[in-house]
Design a protein around this ligand. Structure first.
Ligand code: DQA
Length: 142
């Protein structure tokens, strides 16, 4: 069972980017932790990152084409702006779990709206890098 982990803009800078908010783990650290846990759960993980909205749309289409079991999606700031991502999630049958390191609801008002959430199976937010691992546990149970 394939789990595709799609990461949006600026998440390539994790570890260096506003560490007080996003923590010191890099995206590579997160990918490795996910792979370890996925092996124990007999799941296959592929982790991607793009700063481009359309590449994330392509990733969601790819999840459908490859019959993925689930997608973990941290769309970064596109969470709050992208109707294209909302439409892509609605266009596929693969369940999408929304992931955030921070808790957007505890931050600026412009982060309180999530277009992704309208179509996501559920959301894990606010647990730092562990948000991804908790989302993986949820994906394994689907
Ligand atoms: C984020 C939260 C978003 O509001 C922000 O734009 C990000 C990261 C998170 O993981 O906490 O880039 O998705």
């Amino acid at each position: 069972k394939l789990i595709l982990v799609l990461n949006g803009p600026n998440l390539n800078l994790l570890g260096k980017r506003e560490p007080g908010i996003y923590g010191s783990a890099t995206l590579d650290d997160i990918a490795k932790a996910l792979e370890e846990r996925a092996t124990a759960l007999e799941l296959t993980i592929e982790t991607r990152q793009s700063n481009h909205e359309g590449a994330l749309v392509d990733g969601l289409h790819e999840a459908q084409a490859r019959g993925a079991h689930a997608v973990l999606l941290n769309a970064g700031a596109y969470t709050h702006t992208s109707i294209a991502l909302l439409d892509a999630i609605r266009a596929i049958d693969v369940p999408v779990i929304e992931v955030h390191l921070s808790n957007p609801h505890a931050r600026e008002a412009f982060r309180h709206t999530s277009w992704v959430a309208l179509a996501a199976k559920g959301t894990v937010a606010g647990f730092g890098a562990d948000s991804y691992l908790l989302a993986l546990e949820a994906a394994a149970r689907l």
